[in-house]
Design a protein around this ligand. Structure first.
Ligand code: NAD
Length: 490
């Protein structure tokens, strides 16, 4: 994968409203490159007036363009063209993503861009595949359930996978005939604008997708509260999700889809199979994107018979990675997004060590990495269930290790008091695997793998503190429709 010069990437500087870049007023926010901490560019912080402009424009465009009322196949054509344009522009779009986020260009070009395009294609296929229902009523009347789009959906995305997260929101919402106003994270604001410009180039009526930039407390909050936003789809932390849910309830009783944080277990039994394969799986599960993935498998819960051998392999894997700038084609290990997040990771690791955890690998930043923050893959053993490192989502490459003797003990350790996003089960005993699958309180259970595939039919979403509703799958499409009950007498 060719490296590129981060200075040569043009940045869209503003909001996107009605198909045009709007420079915004008021305060400007600095955006830095995660790889080296250097200044990258600025965005405007959208206030309530700006959000009102974007939402009103989206609502008007939605009404006037007929996006919600046209033949569904017309929407499908636009979405398919959009997916093709994403692939055609993969270098420009990919460089924008890599320079401003934690995603190495290698991963962006090989995974992020194809997955973004395919997610849009998946929802293009949904456009004309869903129907309402004819309900059994007496024969002199006709009862129907008629699906229709909400109107304007407000979407808010996090910084860890900017393009994918946007496609998971936009694909189903637009396919179902809604307009969307999306606010990306203020830390990774640029690639979403380019993604939206490509949608308009593909034939999406300008204004049916508007992008607003700014902080969560100003711009994001104004978007949630706007009276013309009829549904909110959010991905981010559990704390913010709770705020959004209460705001949405108080400002129009809007339905919410909330994809939130996680603290997912990797439950490994003695009969997990080839130890090198299992170790690599576990390692990738907690270090992908520098551990900054909602589904990161950050709690190793391992049966005592295999524990020592597995830990030895994991230590070696931890020592094998090297940091690199995200614009280098050789980079495979992601930096931490910013100084705040880096300090949080460091302080939780230090607190765990102070509590008595043993540091088996990492625990510190790589030296000599310009000014970016690259945290070494870290293994913390000897942690109790109440340890801060086990309780809190660290959102960094840190794996806690807990051992158990019996299946029952392992299952009890694997469940988390707050989160229930994903879980990995590693055993070659099919009955044990299925028992664990039934028992674990997690929205996704991976057996003898860890991480998503390109099967967009499989939805993702958490239990308990990890969220409400699903992204991806048919479920995300259905959640972008509301159903009208109709009764006709004749
Ligand atoms: P965050 O909650 O800080 O911010 C997410 C988005 O919400 C940003 O765009 C932010 O500006 C906005 N926001 C913040 N406060 C707001 C408010 N009061 N009103 C409206 N919008 C507001 O999360 P983050 O740090 O950007 O992302 C990391 C978190 O996201 C982690 O907890 C991670 O687990 C979670 N995440 C979950 C999934 C999933 O599918 N479950 C996927 C990716 C990330």
């Amino acid at each position: 994968m060719p490296s590129f010069n981060p200075q040569n990437v043009p940045l869209p500087a503003g909001h996107l409203i009605g198909g045009k870049i709007h420079p915004g007023n008021g305060e400007r926010l600095r955006v830095n490159r995660p790889s080296d901490g250097q200044f990258l560019g600025e965005i405007p912080d959208g206030d309530a007036a700006l959000v009102d402009l974007a939402v009103t424009n989206a609502h008007q465009s939605w009404l006037e363009s007929g996006w919600g009322t046209c033949a569904p196949r017309e929407r499908a054509k636009v979405l398919r063209r959009w997916a093709c344009l994403i692939e055609e522009h993969r270098v420009a779009l990919g460089q924008l993503e890599a320079v401003s986020s934690t995603r190495p260009i290698y991963d962006v070009i090989n995974h992020e861009i194809p997955f973004t395009a395919e997610a849009i294609r998946f929802y293009a296929e949904c456009c004309d595949k869903y129907s309402g229902d004819v309900l059994p009523t007496r024969s002199s009347s006709l009862g129907m359930l008629v699906p229709e789009p909400y109107g304007v959906i407000g979407a808010i995305t996090p910084w860890n996978f900017p393009l994918s997260m946007a496609s998971w929101k936009l694909g189903p919402a637009l396919a179902a005939g809604n307009a969307v106003v999306l606010k990306p994270s203020e830390l990774t604001p640029f690639s979403t604008i380019k993604l939206a410009e490509l949608a308009i180039e593909a034939g999406l009526p300008a204004g049916v997708l508007n992008i607003v930039q700014g902080r969560g407390v100003s711009c994001g909050s104004a978007l949630v509260n706007h009276p013309l936003v009829r549904k909110v789809s959010f991905t981010g932390s559990t704390v913010t999700g709770a705020q959004i849910m209460s705001q949405a309830a108080l400002n129009g009783m809007k339905p919410v889809t909330l994809e939130l944080g996680g603290k997912s277990p990797q439950l490994v039994f003695d009969d997990a199979g080839d130890i090198d394969v299992v170790a690599t799986r576990i390692f990738r599960g907690f270090t992908a994107n520098g551990g900054q993935a909602c589904v990161a498998g950050t709690r190793l819960v391992v049966q005592s018979g295999i524990a020592d051998a597995l830990i030895t392999k994991l230590v070696a894997l931890c020592e094998s990675v090297a940091p690199g700038n995200t614009w280098s084609g050789a980079c495979r290990y992601a930096p931490i997004i910013d100084v705040r997040q880096a300090k949080k990771i460091e302080s939780i690791v230090q607190a765990a060590v102070k509590e008595g955890a043993q540091l088996l690998a990492g625990g510190e930043f790589f030296a000599n990495t310009e000014q970016g923050y690259f945290f070494k893959p870290t293994l913390l053993a000897g942690v109790g269930a109440q340890s801060v490192a086990v309780q809190e989502e660290i959102f960094g490459p840190v794996l806690t290790i807990q051992t158990f003797e019996t299946e029952e003990q392992g299952l009890a350790l694997a469940d988390h008091a707050i989160y229930g996003l994903a879980a990995g089960v590693h055993t070659l005993n099919i009955e044990r695997a299925l028992r664990a699958m039934r028992r674990l309180a997690a929205g996704t259970v991976w057996i003898n793998r860890y991480g998503r595939s390109g099967d967009f039919i499989i939805p993702t979403g958490g239990f308990n503190g990890s969220g409400i509703g699903k992204d991806l799958g048919r479920q995300a499409y259905e959640a972008c429709l509301r159903y009208k009950s109709v009764l006709i007498d004749f």
